[in-house]
Design a protein around this ligand. Structure first.
Ligand code: ZN
Length: 282
């Protein structure tokens, strides 16, 4: 029975049924609204989680020296099994894949990260490769980036990148744990510990963000490394790839969870920080 039929039925009852008619019309109207909402939601089944990149805080907050976060790694793992970032007090580099998250401290050593450790900045997702290919070296960092540019679906999407392989050389860095008051990141990376790893097998994990994501994350490629024997790793500065397997996971969804503590709320996080970012992260 549609709206006209209902109204016709009511009219046949007589004018004294006006109140009942209004109630029925209202009920019917709400039912139609609910059906519209349901149809709209069917485009994305509500029980299917969105395949999204999930991030705690912003890169500009890290540049500004906001190194304490509210989020634990236990909480972070609910949003991804793969990612990169850092730990509270800027205590080293973080890299994660296959559901396990690792800390590379400033002495170059690798540690499994307990679930109750916190992060001030991390980017994760549940990695599901959409592109897979074999890479034959020799290939340096720029060469790899060129190959990756041609492997992602579009420079305007968010891409997670995983490269498992053998490397003639990987130069990484880590950052030392800080004490308050925290200095800005560029002050710390001026004297960052760097590690030259030769003839290693391991995994590169990271992301490519579009230029328009500036301020939220690092525009372009940002990769961290971990050796298969868990002896070394860090934020990648240079490399020479020998032979590897590439996996790319593109997504159009990017979820950011901002801190709500006093240091974040009071910080000045705008402005052009490209130069600062290049010094600290490239
Ligand atoms: Zn990094």
């Amino acid at each position: 029975m549609h709206r006209g039929q209902i109204a016709g039925e009511i009219r046949r009852i007589g004018p004294e049924a006006g109140f009942a008619e209004r109630i029925i019309m209202l009920t019917e109207h709400r039912f139609i609204q609910a059906m519209h909402a349901l149809r709209h939601h069917r485009h994305r089944a509500p029980e299917t989680p969105i395949h999204e990149i999930y991030q705690s805080s912003t890169i500009n907050a890290v540049l500004e020296g906001i190194y304490d976060g509210a989020m634990t790694f236990g909480q972070l793992k609910r949003h991804g099994d793969f990612g990169i970032g850092t730990l509270n007090a800027l205590d080293g580099e973080m890299v994660g894949f296959d559901g396990r998250f690792w800390q590379i401290t400033s002495d170059g050593s690798v540690h499994a990260i307990p679930d109750d450790y916190r992060t001030p900045f991390a980017t994760v997702l549940f990695f599901k490769a959409t592109v897979g290919k074999t890479i034959q070296g020799p290939l340096d960092y720029d060469g790899l980036c060129t190959l990756l540019v041609n492997s992602v679906e579009s420079a305007n999407l968010f891409s997670a990148i995983r490269v498992d392989g053998t490397f003639r050389h990987v130069r990484t860095r880590s950052v030392p744990r800080q004490t308050k008051p925290y200095p800005p990141l560029v002050k710390i990376t001026e004297n960052q510990p760097e590690f030259d790893l030769y003839d290693v097998a391991g995994t590169l994990a990271g992301f490519r963000f579009p230029d328009f994501a500036e301020g939220m994350n690092v525009p372009g490629f940002h990769l961290h490394f971990l050796t298969n024997d868990l002896q070394a790793g860090g934020h990648v500065l240079a490399l020479e790839l020998d032979h590897a397997q590439l996996a790319v996971d593109d997504t159009s969804h990017f979820h950011v969870e901002l801190p709500t503590d006093e240091s974040f709320l009071a910080a000045r996080l705008g402005g052009d920080r490209r130069e600062e970012l290049n010094k600290a992260e490239k």
